[in-house]
Design a protein around this ligand. Structure first.
Ligand SMILES: Nc1ncnc2c1ncn2[C@@H]1O[C@H](COP(=O)(O)OP(=O)(O)OP(=O)(O)O)[C@@H](O)[C@H]1O
Length: 267
C-alpha cells in the first residue's frame, strides 16, 4: 500500500470542484413507522470548501440528515440548497460515500472508478479523468487490477475515486472508514481531508468518533439523541500539521470536543 504521503500534494490535472455552500433550512423528518420526529428544526449553513463533521450517538439522526442532504430522502419539512440549487434528488454534484465500498467484483479498478462518470453521463475524456482520480487516491499503478485483489482500504480508495470522477461540489461521507483497521483509517482520514482541500470540495462527514472529527473537520455540529436537534456547533481551529494524534494541540482540541459531547449526553 502506498500512502505514506497524501497524493493530494502532487500536481496533477484534476478538475477542481466548484465551491458550493450547503444551506439547510427548517429541516424536519419523521419516518412513517417511528413515533415522533427523528429531526426537527435543523438550520445549518456550511461554507463552501469547508469540512463539517456531524457528531451524535447512534439513533440521533445523523444518517437521516446526510441522506436528506444527498437527496436520497425527502424531508417531511424544510429544504436543502447546494450552491443555490434546491436538492430534489441525487446528483453527480453531491455524492455520498458509504462504509461498504460496493464495487463490482468482476471489474478492474479503472472500470469501477469510471462508473461514476457513466452514472453522470460524462463520456468525453473519461479515460483521462479516471487516470487522474486514480492518481489522486494513490492507485495509479493498480488501474488494471481486479478490485477483489485489493485490501479494504484500497477498495475504499477506489470508491472515493468513483465518487470524485464526476467532479462533485460536495462529498458526503457516512462513517466510511469505520470498518478499516486503525492505521489504514488514519491514512484515509488524512488523505481524504487533503484531497477535499485541494479540490475545494465541501465535505460533510457523519461520525460518532470525536477524534475522527478533530482529524478531518473544520467544524463540528452535534446532534442530540432523542430530540433530533442541533445541540452544539463549534469550529475546529487546527493547523493541518497538528491534525495527528501525537500533537499536543490535537489532544487539547480532542479534550474540548469530548467535553462538549459528554455534556450534551447528560444535559
Ligand atoms: N428507513 C427508516 N425507517 C424507519 N426508521 C428509520 C429509518 N432509518 C432510520 N430510522 C430511525 O431513525 C432514527 C435515526 O436513525 P439514523 O440512522 O438517522 O441515526 P444515526 O445517528 O445515523 O445512527 P447510527 O449512528 O446508528 O447510524 C433511529 O431511531 C432509526 O431507528
Amino acid at each position: 500500500m502506498q500512502h505514506d504521503h497524501p497524493s493530494a500534494e502532487r500536481a496533477q490535472p484534476v478538475a477542481k470542484s466548484g465551491d458550493a455552500d450547503v444551506r439547510i433550512a427548517g429541516v424536519a423528518h419523521t419516518y412513517a413507522v417511528v413515533d415522533g420526529p427523528v429531526l426537527s428544526g435543523i438550520d445549518l449553513t456550511i461554507a463552501p470548501g469547508s469540512v463539517v463533521a456531524l457528531i451524535g450517538r447512534s439513533g440521533s439522526g445523523k444518517s437521516t440528515l446526510l441522506h436528506i442532504i444527498a437527496g436520497l430522502i425527502r424531508p417531511t419539512d424544510g429544504a436543502v440548497r447546494i450552491g443555490g440549487q434546491a436538492v430534489q434528488g441525487p446528483s453527480p454534484r453531491w455524492v455520498m460515500m458509504f462504509q461498504a465500498p460496493s464495487l463490482f467484483p468482476w471489474m478492474s479498478v479503472a472500470q469501477n472508478a469510471g462508473l461514476g462518470l457513466r452514472y453522470a453521463g460524462q463520456k468525453d475524456g473519461a479515460a483521462e479523468r479516471v487516470a487522474d482520480v486514480l492518481d489522486l487516491v494513490d492507485l495509479a499503478s493498480f488501474a488494471d487490477r481486479n478490485v477483489q485483489d485489493l485490501s479494504g482500504g484500497q477498495q475504499q480508495r477506489v470508491a472515493l475515486a468513483r465518487s470524485l470522477a464526476p467532479s462533485p461540489d460536495v462529498l458526503l461521507l457516512d462513517e466510511p472508514f469505520s470498518a478499516l483497521d486503525m492505521f489504514t483509517r488514519q491514512s484515509m482520514q488524512t488523505d481524504v481531508r487533503a484531497i477535499a482541500k485541494r479540490l475545494g470540495l465541501t465535505m460533510i462527514l457523519v461520525t460518532h468518533d470525536v477524534s475522527e472529527a478533530v482529524l478531518m473537520a473544520d467544524r463540528a455540529v452535534f446532534l442530540k439523541s432523542g430530540a433530533g436537534v442541533i445541540a452544539g456547533d463549534t469550529d475546529i481551529n487546527l493547523d493541518d500539521r497538528a491534525r495527528n494524534a501525537d500533537d499536543p494541540t490535537f489532544d487539547a482540541e480532542l479534550a474540548r470536543l469530548n467535553e462538549i459531547y459528554t455534556g450534551l449526553q447528560t444535559a
